[in-house]
Design a protein around this ligand. Structure first.
Ligand SMILES: [Zn+2]
Length: 294
């Protein structure tokens, strides 16, 4: 009797040691820095895989055209460090047609991105990665991610997750501004503050401009695709080029942006990303579709 109990105790300790071994055995959580033999060992543990995504597009005269990708990478890396999820190399080109007239914006079509995304995911799936979460930091990619996620659900039974840092920032930072409607916008807030906290050397504040939606051919635009209709409480839909209605690329006032506000952004957005990845890990780790040998 005693020996059976002892065996159970040893088995428990071994299981705990194995768990700890698996969590510390890999020298980095950046998948691209591992060799193929190391990647095979990682895949065998059925980890959550974060895939950063963004695009190359204008973010006002004072912020880098690679901002979406830089922030996706930043948030994915922080979330990885706090959850043990691995980070794949990012997909840095996306669907930004609306900004195509600004220098440095390089846009690919939805079909192109969908095909790329599907083939990249199938590559990871083939080698045993089943638990995929996109850290996508560009709105124009969202519709494509949903399309590919639904294909993977049908084909492999997988649940695919997605986190959108800029969008989380808009939702979580409203209490930081006296006049949130004036401050918020593309190339304005909370983007400027967030970038000042993450990449201060790449924000050229002396180039900062504020901006508003301007009338175009008589239309009173409230976004790149929404227009006010006189006497109506809901907007109509018309598709503009962004520079039709926001010639300097900016749709808000980032002039009061600060590194300190940006640090709140990091705390809240990364905080959500970490909570989401933990929940995704917990909810999916015992599902049959999540196992690399299925
Ligand atoms: Zn974007």
């Amino acid at each position: 009797m005693r020996s059976i109990l002892a065996c159970e105790a040893v088995a428990k300790i071994n299981a705990r040691l194995l768990e700890r071994y698996l969590s510390v055995a890999f020298r980095t959580l950046e998948l691209g820095r591992l060799s193929f033999s190391e990647v095979a060992e990682v895949a065998a543990t059925n980890p959550v895989l974060l895939i950063p995504m963004g695009t190359m597009e204008q973010h006002g005269p004072h912020m880098p055209v690679n901002a979406d990708n830089m922030v996706a990478e930043f948030v994915a890396t922080k979330a990885s460090e706090q959850t043990g999820a691995f980070v794949a190399p990012g997909l840095n080109y996306g669907c930004s047609d609306v900004f195509r007239n600004f220098a440095g914006t390089v846009s690919i079509q939805h079909d192109t991105l969908a095909r790329l995304l599907e083939e990249v995911c199938e590559g990871y799936i083939k080698h045993g990665f089943r638990r995929i979460v996109f850290v996508n930091n560009h709105g124009g990619n969202e519709i494509v991610i949903e399309r590919v996620a639904r294909i993977l659900r049908k084909r492999h039974g997988m649940l695919v997750g997605s986190v959108y840092p800029w969008s989380l920032g808009y939702a979580l930072m409203r209490d930081q501004y006296e006049d949130v409607d004036k401050a918020y916008g593309h190339g304005a807030e909370p983007e400027t503050s967030a970038m000042l906290a993450m990449f201060p050397e790449d924000v050229t504040l002396d180039r900062l401009e504020t901006g508003n939606f301007q009338k175009f051919q008589g239309w009173d635009a409230s976004s790149y695709a929404k227009v006010r209709i006189p006497g109506q409480s809901v907007p109509g839909t018309v598709y503009f080029e962004s520079d039709d209605i926001a010639p300097n690329g900016v749709t808000g006032d980032g002039s009061n942006g600060t590194k300190e506000i940006g640090e709140v952004w990091i705390e809240r957005v990364v905080g959500f990303a970490v909570a989401f990845v933990k929940e995704f890990d917990e909810r999916t780790k015992n599902e049959a579709w999540a196992k690399s040998d299925q």
